[in-house]
Write a protein that binds this ligand. Structure first.
Ligand SMILES: [Zn+2]
Length: 265
């Protein structure tokens, strides 16, 4: 309702915030036991604003955005196989595969390791002699330090696919009430409650990136607020689908979740 009106004068924001919200609405939180209940459960329970965002976003959703269940196969690395060659064989983006599998060092992929290949329907054989041409980068891009740690604590759950389920962020364990800080300067595009996520803040940054802070105990910003890097935006809590106090933190690029560990110092 109010959300609709607030976005009319800035068409760019539709493209950025709505995919984020869609993905967020589809997200079922960090707990493991209740994943199914909220996916198709009782849509009538969702507050009006979420329903609105979901409706409006469906057509903008990036292709292949299966947030709840990851579609793909596990490829077991054989001796001599490189991530680049594996990704070329499957025709998938190496950066995405690296982030989903939490691989930031290409030289450390031991044979025998299972790598999740998003979107693949069956396991393929990697031909060491096949020529792919020189198209596509052979490096992984890391932007360490682009964002600062929103809160300090042990990482209790990392980004990526486990048991064919995608975790769109990282979970940082911290005691209730600890300050949660903006990972980068930006503008608050959402501050409210979402099923699964609990109390949540979304900050849009200058360069198509956004960051998401969930399961907050409370938040101290409003939609439209500009925040400086490091500004306190809320407190750690356990709202939504959380088994204990922690911060669920996401980094998104044009609405698509990226691995926060590739961006944190
Ligand atoms: Zn989480």
């Amino acid at each position: 309702m109010g959300q609709k009106a607030g976005n009319e004068n800035d068409p760019m924001r539709k493209w950025v915030i709505f995919p984020v919200l869609l993905a967020i609405v589809a997200h079922t939180g960090c707990g493991k036991s209740t994943i199914r209940s909220s996916s198709s459960g009782s849509p009538k329970k969702a507050p009006t604003s979420h329903t609105l965002s979901t409706k409006r976003t469906s057509s903008y959703a990036p292709k292949g955005s299966g947030w709840k269940r990851a579609r793909g196969v596990y490829h077991r690395v054989k001796p001599g196989e490189t991530l680049w060659r594996i990704c070329k064989t499957y025709g998938v983006d190496m950066q995405e595969v690296a982030e989903i599998n939490d691989i930031s060092d290409l030289s450390k992929i031991p044979a025998g390791r299972r790598i999740f290949i998003p979107g693949a329907k069956r396991v393929l054989k990697v031909d060491p002699k096949r020529v792919f041409g020189s198209k596509g980068r052979k490096k992984i891009s890391l932007q360490k330090g682009k964002f600062l740690w929103p809160v300090r604590g042990e990482i209790s759950s990392r980004f990526g696919v486990r048991d064919k389920r995608m975790h769109n962020g990282i979970d940082i364990r911290a005691s209730k009430g600890r300050s949660v800080r903006a990972a980068q300067a930006g503008r608050v595009t959402y501050a409210g409650s979402l099923r699964g996520y609990g109390k949540i803040v979304v900050i849009q940054h200058a360069d198509d990136y956004s960051t998401v802070y969930a399961h907050l105990g409370r938040f101290s910003v409003k939609r439209g607020h500009s925040v400086k890097k490091g500004a306190v935006i809320g407190r750690v809590g356990d709202s939504g689908n959380a088994s204990g106090p922690h911060l669920h933190f996401e980094v998104r690029l044009r609405g698509r979740p990226r691995n926060p560990m590739f961006y944190l110092p």
